[in-house]
Design a binder for this molecule. Structure first.
Ligand code: NAP
Length: 288
């Protein structure tokens, strides 16, 4: 059991809503396991209260915190420093205290890459397709570029949003790599897609029978292709079930979730953290 003492240091997560967050479960389990005097708390913060909340965190000596929807972009002007990767993504999910103020980064990229990096693939010659062009897709784009993918397809619903997405990378090295498509153009790129990533919420609990693509899509993909769903509940999703049926390698969103948290906790504690224990805490909590 976690014992709160007069010396306990505070970590947490801000969001609106924040009740659904799984971060308190995995972080407090890890903190308990390590026997360090910290506690990780959910802080519901409304958009209009963000500035006041962060000023309060500064004066209360909070050590660090995670940031979730809808504050991932809005937090940036309130920080004294942002890492280059977070700047590229345009979103911060992890913040820690420095001598000059708050510093922010984006650990979703580390989380996303964690299950891919050990795979024996020539990433420079792999063509990935991302389904969806929201917040998570941005971290995925940066992650894929870090892997070395030189061409990245992005599929979205609305032409205007797709154009904005493409434009937002205009002054970066990524602009040449990105090709945006409407959903009816997916059939034109699926034959060369060796990594198909679902970043839409389609198929997420409670709509567990839904998938962003027809099941026959996977049959058109190259041999040894990978299907990656960022969703972690249900586990596996219909998208991954269909891909597995076709003999594809599948990756669910749980490792990404745990690894983005593990990188953040390591930043705050400045020591290695028990990733397996964090994973198991979520498996138990989600009854997987
Ligand atoms: P978001 O910013 O709202 O983006 C969602 C994207 O999905 C948007 O491009 C949206 O399109 C598209 N979309 C939504 N409903 C759709 C539908 N019915 N058909 C086609 N496209 C649809 O959300 P996000 O933060 O990127 O999160 C997306 C998913 O990733 C969620 O399920 C989230 O739980 C998961 N996620 C997992 C992790 C992890 O650690 N495993 C981390 C981050 C996110 P429009 O823009 O056209 O609406």
């Amino acid at each position: 059991m976690l014992t709160i003492t007069g010396k306990t240091k505070l970590l947490g997560i801000i969001g609106d809503p924040v009740e659904h967050s799984l971060s308190p479960v995995m972080h407090n389990t890890a903190i308990n396991h390590l026997g360090v005097d910290y506690c990780y708390v959910p802080f519901p913060v409304k958009p209009q209260d963000l500035t006041t909340a962060i000023a309060g965190f500064s004066s209360m000596g909070i050590v660090g915190f995670n940031v979730t929807i809808p504050h991932k972009q809005a937090i940036i002007p309130l920080l004294s420093e942002v890492t280059p990767t977070a700047k590229l993504v345009g979103a911060v999910n992890t913040v820690w205290r420095t001598e000059t103020g708050w510093k922010g980064t984006n650990t979703d990229i580390d989380g996303f890459l964690s299950p891919l990096k050990p795979l024996p693939r020539d990433w420079g010659n792999i063509t990935p397709t991302i389904l969806g062009n929201g917040g998570a897709a941005r971290a995925v784009v940066v992650g894929l570029a870090q892997l070395g993918c030189s061409q990245i397809h992005v599929v979205g619903r609305y032409q205007q949003k797709l154009e904005q997405f493409k434009q937002s990378w205009q002054n970066t090295d990524l602009t040449a790599a990105l090709i945006v498509h409407s959903w009816d153009e997916l059939s034109g790129v699926i034959g060369e897609t060796e990594l198909l990533i679902n970043t839409t919420p389609v198929g997420m609990f409670p709509n567990i029978n839904n998938s962003p693509v027809e099941s026959n899509v996977f049959a058109k993909m190259p041999e040894k292709a990978i299907a990656y769903d960022l969703i972690y509940t249900p586990n596996p999703t219909q998208f991954l079930k269909d891909a597995q049926q076709q003999g594809l390698r599948i990756i669910d969103g749980l490792e990404m979730l745990v690894q983005q948290g593990a990188v953040a906790l390591q930043l705050w504690l400045q020591q290695p953290v028990p990733v397996d224990i964090m994973t198991q805490s979520l498996r138990d909590y989600l009854k997987l």
